[in-house]
Design a protein around this ligand. Structure first.
Ligand SMILES: C[S@@+](CC[C@H](N)C(=O)[O-])C[C@H]1O[C@@H](n2cnc3c(N)ncnc32)[C@H](O)[C@@H]1O
Length: 190
């Protein structure tokens, strides 16, 4: 998820996620829907939040701890990661809380890393091809924006990638994540 308005320094109150935290509530819902199932988490999932095209916070399902359903505690995990990322040299990675790392890379660096790790980026776009009938790569990395549109620079980076739609309506990001999981779950179950 590409996040455009979250303050990079992590200086905000957890009581004001939609305001002073620059709509961090959007990312919190994305994290919760990316990982949480009834009484557990999806261990095979990773979520990368690109903040201000400078910092990427990665949540790794295999090692992730302390992710709870309430947005405030998820906001605290993101805030801790942002603070851990202060003064981080370009390209370097630092651990934050268990299962969360922070790197000083933007969207271009993340796309490079995903490809190096064998993932195939797929853009979530309401105008794309229908997810229900599209072939999905073995190890897909779905790219979506927060409450704002992708910037022109982001559009340029994402040009030429496959685009899939979960339906004709423009939905909230976390809703798209749930629908993608549902489609992948159904395919896995045959
Ligand atoms: C809330 S939308 C972004 C803001 C939106 N472009 C607007 O009109 O203000 C968040 C993201 O969810 C994804 N998205 C929303 N609806 C979708 C759909 N029907 N199919 C696929 N992706 C969708 C897109 O990646 C979008 O950038």
């Amino acid at each position: 998820m590409v996040s455009h308005t979250v303050p990079l320094e992590g200086e905000f109150s957890l009581s004001d996620l939609p305001g002073g935290a620059g709509r961090l509530d959007v990312a919190c819902r994305a994290a919760n829907d990316a990982f949480l199932v009834s009484h557990g988490i999806r261990k095979e999932v990773a979520l990368h939040l690109v903040v201000g095209d400078q910092i990427t916070i990665s949540l790794w399902g295999l090692r992730l701890r302390r992710l709870n359903p309430d947005e405030r505690s998820t906001g605290a995990l993101f805030r801790e990661a942002l603070r851990a990322g202060r003064d981080l040299p370009v390209g370097e990675e630092r651990p934050s809380t268990p299962g969360i790392t922070v790197r000083r890379i933007g969207l271009a660096g993340l796309l490079d890393d995903l490809r190096t790790a064998g993932s195939a980026p797929v853009v979530l776009d309401e105008g794309g091809d229908p997810l229900r009938t599209e072939p999905i790569p073995e190890q897909p990395a779905f790219i979506l924006s927060d409450h704002q549109n992708f910037t022109p620079a982001e559009h340029t980076l994402l040009a030429g990638l496959p685009r899939v739609s979960v339906g004709p309506r423009v939905l909230q990001g976390h809703q798209c994540i749930t629908l993608v999981h549902n489609e992948l779950d159904l395919r896995e179950a045959g």
